[in-house]
Design a protein around this ligand. Structure first.
Ligand code: ZN
Ligand code: ZN
Length: 374
């Protein structure tokens, strides 16, 4: 076992604590990654704060980027020294995986949120080398090193700065994938996005790339709406000051938009989002929320021919979508770096608080300070 440092959550609502822990050796299908940086996602915080249950102690983090340090003998897609972004885990051989839908993998839950390998073995142990620590999304990127399945790693071009690339594995993947793979909008269609976090802004950039003619961004913070406008929103609405539904209808000649994405998960907002969906349109609530969708009279759904779709992780194949986002970024069409703020690994609690307060859209913790972008 390898001695490393990781930010451990030992109890619900406790701070991240940087501790010395032990990391198991990579097995034949696994890859040892030296982490350079990791984004903090709202799901990490939902588990830490107890909004959703998780087996503790745990090492969270699932927007990691780093350098391959060791590979198991069956690993084919990466070699030592490769630069990688980490995303979610999938089996690669069930029906869904073989149909290009790894986000609906039969083994998604056991591989991503059981906190252990598929056979139940832990990957991390506390300093006593006995007490297991849970992993998250098969990743646990809030650590100096991690061991992941080959399917978790996506090789990227070495010219891409690893201190910014991690969030491509979750937040930006979810937002852009909901548009590209969930909605698949026709050119000239219209879209509304509720919320301007990482997922919402990625959705706005993707809507622009996909050729949507009207892209409406709704939030309660003016400075965030300014960012949305820079990234592709054609209209912005501050729903603190005006009635959002009324404004959407004004912009769309009373019709609503063909596509609506809700990233807030707030019940009242989800109802407005459904009402803002045009006749025959598609509505995707993408926030991880325990609130129920109880607002739709069944008859109204039938008569309006609206669809409500569930989209997990943007229904994306990370190995395909992450290099594609990097291409869009290099072409100046996916400027995801404008929402990033970097923090030192030691300041992970400060970074998490800045995200929770809304002050920072996407905090990234820098784990390897010796890394220099090429
Ligand atoms: Zn996430
Ligand atoms: Zn599968």
């Amino acid at each position: 076992m390898k001695q490393i440092k990781a930010a451990v959550v030992n109890g619900v609502n406790e701070d991240y604590k940087i501790e010395t822990v032990y990391l198991d050796e990579p097995r034949s299908n696994e890859v040892l990654v030296k982490m350079v940086a990791s984004g903090i996602c709202h799901s990490d915080e939902a588990f830490r704060l107890g909004d959703a249950d998780y087996g503790l102690p745990a090492i969270f983090g699932h927007e990691g980027a780093g350098i391959v340090e060791q590979v198991g003998d069956a690993v084919k897609s990466v070699k030592v020294g490769d630069h990688v972004v980490l995303s979610y885990a999938f089996c690669g051989h069930c029906n869904s995986c073989l149909h290009g839908k790894p986000a609906t993998c039969d083994e998604w839950a056991v591989l991503n949120v059981s906190g252990r390998r598929k056979n139940g073995d832990p990957i991390f142990y506390k300093e006593d080398k006995k007490t297991p620590i849970s992993t998250l999304l098969g990743q646990s990127s809030f650590a100096t090193h991690t061991v992941v399945d080959e399917n978790n790693v996506i090789k990227i071009d070495k010219s891409v700065d690893l201190t910014i690339a991690g969030p491509l594995g979750c937040g930006f993947l979810t937002g852009s994938g909901t548009v590209f793979n969930g909605f698949k909008p026709k050119v000239n269609s219209t879209m509304t996005v509720f919320g301007t976090g990482t997922v919402g802004l990625a959705g706005i950039m993707a809507a622009k790339i996909a050729g949507c003619s009207t892209i409406i961004s709704i939030d309660i913070h003016d400075h965030r709406l300014e960012t949305a406008k820079k990234l592709g929103a054609t209209h912005t609405i501050n729903s603190k000051n005006v009635d959002a539904l009324e404004e959407v209808r004004k912009i769309t000649n009373g019709l609503g938009t063909n596509y609506v994405m809700d990233t807030t998960g707030i019940s009242s907002v989800m109802k407005t989002a459904f009402d803002a969906t045009a006749q025959g349109g598609v509505y995707a609530p993408v926030a991880v929320s325990s609130n129920e969708l109880t607002f739709v009279p069944f008859g109204e759904l039938v008569v309006s021919t609206k669809s409500i779709i569930g989209v997990l992780m943007g229904d994306a194949v990370p190995q395909v979508s992450i290099p594609q986002m990097i291409d869009f970024y290099k072409q100046g069409r996916f400027d995801f770096t404008s929402v990033i703020k970097k923090f030192d690994f030691e300041d992970i609690n400060e970074a998490a608080n800045a995200s929770n307060s809304g002050e920072v859209i996407k905090p990234i913790i820098i784990i390897d300070k010796t890394y220099k972008p090429q």
